[in-house]
Design a protein around this ligand. Structure first.
Ligand code: SF4
Length: 325
């Protein structure tokens, strides 16, 4: 730690608090987790190997930053979801554990190369790349996504690439075209929750902007797979969840993910309830009925959970549907 006259000084490039904007929020404790939310604890040779590769390449993962419950399982198989553009987000979503504030650094031009090196070393068949929101950057980081996709393609030609992007709100709409034209295999942008909860859960975002972004991806490239997800247990009702599914289908979204919201700290949005596995199955059945090609719906479903296996199923589902048409 830096010292002045022997007195330790805080590194001013690191936010004083992980969530300064949540300091004044009322603390609410998460109710006790039900039996159906059980996870593998992190550890073992595979987990350690993944962690070491991430550290050696100085990368940030959403698995760690978001406190994902699946990290033990995913990392033991080498599946880490890299989070580009730093570890500080310019938004302040009340569900998210990623640090918020003014990012202390410019975008790192060497990061795409390090991501590509890690993907190669991990030997991934399928990789998910996400990012923090960077409202301080003119293109929202769109070109950084493009460079990352290109760097991975150069080093790992057969690896399929899924991107989970920010909403590029307030950017020139053309930046979305740049990202789509870089031809990721899956374009994911999460709606996160039902529109009525946006002011409380995702205050810096706009539901219909996010929905339009998904629709626009399909307009730019009708063959690109699109994916979106929501969390449940935030206070939404079933009718609103069904309405979100309908909205997604109107935007021609192919793949829907639904998972249980878990509260990172007492200062985050409270868990309203734990949705039962039976209700997740009902949502899945309803979503297939609405025409999604692929639906992952379970308490521990996350955008990138089993993403590689699910991508294979997604491709197969499109082929099957085309054969039936
Ligand atoms: S589900 Fe996604 S974010 Fe969570 S540990 Fe697995 S790869 Fe990481």
């Amino acid at each position: 730690m830096r010292t002045v006259k022997g007195v330790p000084m805080r590194d001013l490039t690191i936010p004083a608090q992980r969530h300064p904007e949540k300091a004044r929020r009322q603390a609410t404790l998460q109710p006790k987790k039900p039996d159906w939310i059980r996870v593998k604890s992190p550890g073992g040779a595979g987990y350690t190997k993944t962690r070491d590769i991430i550290r050696e390449n100085k990368l940030v993962t959403v698995c760690e930053e978001a406190g994902c419950p699946n990290v033990g399982e995913c990392w033991s198989q080498g599946h880490a979801t890299m989070m580009i553009m730093g570890e500080v987000c310019t938004r302040a979503c009340t569900f998210c554990n990623v640090a918020t504030g003014k990012p202390p650094t410019e975008l790192d031009p060497f990061e795409p190369g390090r991501v590509a090196a890690a993907v190669k070393t991990l030997g991934l068949n399928h990789v998910v790349i996400t990012s923090v929101d960077r409202d301080d950057v003119e293109d929202g980081g769109a070109r950084h996504f493009v460079q990352t996709i290109r760097a991975i393609r150069q080093q790992s030609r057969s690896t399929t690439i899924e991107i989970l992007t920010p909403d590029f709100l307030n950017c020139d709409p053309k930046v979305l075209e740049l990202v789509v034209e870089a031809r990721p295999d899956v374009f994911n942008h999460n709606l996160e929750t039902v529109p009525g909860l946006y002011p409380a859960v995702r205050p810096g975002a706009r539901y219909f902007h996010s929905l339009r972004l998904l629709e626009r991806v399909k307009e730019i490239d009708p063959l690109m797979f699109t994916k979106s997800g929501i969390m449940v247990g935030l206070g939404e009702d079933r009718q609103a969840v069904h309405a979100v599914m309908d909205d997604m289908r109107c935007a021609d979204v192919d793949f829907l993910t639904i998972g249980q919201y878990l509260q990172p700290t007492a200062k985050h949005h409270h868990v309203d309830r734990f949705v039962t596995p039976e209700e997740f199955s009902q949502y899945q059945k309803a979503a297939y009925g609405k025409g999604f090609l692929m639906v992952a719906s379970s308490p521990l479903t996350r955008s990138s959970y089993h993403a590689g296996d699910d991508f294979e199923k997604l491709r197969a589902a499109r082929l099957q549907r085309a054969a039936e048409a």
